[in-house]
Design a protein around this ligand. Structure first.
Ligand code: UD1
Ligand code: UDP
Length: 380
């Protein structure tokens, strides 16, 4: 039997985390698949962190990140870069993930080249093209160009059906982020030396008793929050840090200069605020497991934290991930100073409120998403 050549393409940290278990699941069947990994390197350092953690070796690296790049830069560079890659390799399927500019431009390149596209994490929607921007646009267009839709939940499937996508081209798989999360947690659990190394690393990074003391773990990077939104977020954090001097605030700061600038300007001198560089996935997950509250505008963290039983306050007005909101572990607080302060304070002060939100559950699957995707790809 001729091997099926499958190309995975991704460029940013979250895509890499969520495609890593799929890459390994395909690689584990070398008699069936020839797996080719193409990275655009829309992110450089934050992508390389993930490639290392998951031991992935790109066959092609477009290496396109530029400091302060905008949407025109990335879209054009991915589209042009993928032209030659697809011409040279001609895979039977091009797998893209999620909703970044790499996703959109690579799917377009597949379409232009006549290479069928499989979309992992398909069907997420807010139905508002401005929120998140430009991700809602990216994923809606990617769906138009997709042959195999891998929807993480029944809800994401229903969004696709409502847009006229035929049922026969959709598979509900669960989210591959849970596969990645469980794999990493299992590795930490099983390996005491690894665990000790993580503890030593985090203690050195943070300089406080993070295993004993309450801390809020926070991340933020959404484009629609740049400017006023980030000012609101930073001032909320400053106010909370002053009001709760015994609570620590840990913030691995995204490398985007639009994030670095306000965060460093407003929060660098706050004594119980720990601004640190982006963490590797393994220490980040281990830290999240030990956190008290998660405050974020991230997509992936909204999926991971519920499975760790952490209350998540999401600094956005809408989410394409309503499953955990319905289940009660995720609450939307906007990029709004007053609402952020009130909501974090409520969780810190009110045990009943905290306990009601801190319930572990897995609306995004049990960690078998990749097996389901691979079984579809075996039959194409
Ligand atoms: C991108 C995605 C967003 C995703 C996020 C995950 C788009 C439009 N945005 O946003 O959907 O949620 O990644 O984090 O696709 N930078 C570095 N090193 C890195 C990464 C970024 O220096 O490893 C800096 C560079 O100056 C770069 C800038 O951040 O130009 C912006 O990166 P970009 O990928 O365009 O936007 P993100 O905000 O990271
Ligand atoms: N993450 C990480 N290190 C960090 C912060 C986040 O490894 O310092 C992981 C996190 O666990 C999640 C992913 O990065 O899996 C989320 O990435 P991000 O928030 O940048 O993007 P989004 O999910 O919003 O697209």
């Amino acid at each position: 039997m001729q091997k099926k050549k499958i190309m995975l393409v991704f460029g940013t940290r979250p895509e890499a985390i969520k495609m890593a278990p799929l890459y390994h699941a395909l690689k584990a069947q070398p008699d069936v698949f020839e797996t080719v990994l193409c990275v655009t390197a829309q992110h450089r350092q934050m992508l390389d962190q993930v490639l290392n953690v998951f031991d992935m070796k790109p066959d092609i690296d477009l290496n396109l990140m530029m400091p302060g790049q905008d949407l025109f830069d990335v879209t054009a560079a991915v589209l042009k870069g993928m032209r030659n890659v697809l011409k040279a390799h001609q895979p039977v399927a091009l797998l893209v993930h999620g909703d970044t500019t790499t996703t959109l431009a690579a799917a377009m390149a597949g379409f232009y080249s006549g290479v069928p596209v499989g979309h992992v994490e398909a069907g997420l929607r807010t139905h508002d093209l401005q929120a998140p921007f430009p991700e809602e646009f990216n994923r809606q267009v990617a769906s138009k160009l997709t042959k195999w839709h891998f929807a993480p939940t029944e809800f994401s499937q229903s969004n696709l059906l409502a847009e006229g996508v035929p049922q026969s081209s959709i598979t509900v798989t669960g989210n591959t982020v849970i596969d990645a999360l469980f794999w990493v947690l299992g590795r930490i659990e099983e390996d005491q030396t690894r665990r000790q190394g993580l503890v030593a690393f985090l203690t050195e990074q943070l300089g406080f008793d993070w295993q004993g003391q309450r801390f809020v773990l926070m991340t933020g990077h959404r484009r629609e929050n740049f400017g006023d939104g980030f000012l609101q977020i930073c001032h909320a954090l400053k106010e909370l840090a002053a009001r709760y001097p015994a609570v620590r605030f840990v913030y691995p700061v995204h490398l985007n200069p639009n994030v670095q600038q306000p965060v460093n300007a407003i929060l660098a001198d706050v004594p119980n605020m720990h601004l640190i560089p982006p963490l590797d996935y393994e220490p980040f997950v281990y830290l999240m497991k030990h956190s008290h509250i998660v405050l974020t505008d991230s997509g992936g963290i909204q999926e991971e934290a519920p499975s760790l039983g952490k209350p998540v306050l999401v600094m956005r007005d809408v989410t394409e991930r309503p499953e955990a909101v319905k289940a009660g572990t995720v609450r939307l607080v906007g990029a709004d100073r007053g609402r952020i302060v009130t909501s974090v304070a409520e969780l810190l002060d009110n045990d009943a409120c905290y306990t009601a939100m801190a319930k572990a559950h897995n609306p995004y699957g049990e960690g078998r998403a990749c097996a389901r995707i691979v079984s579809i790809l075996r039959d194409i």
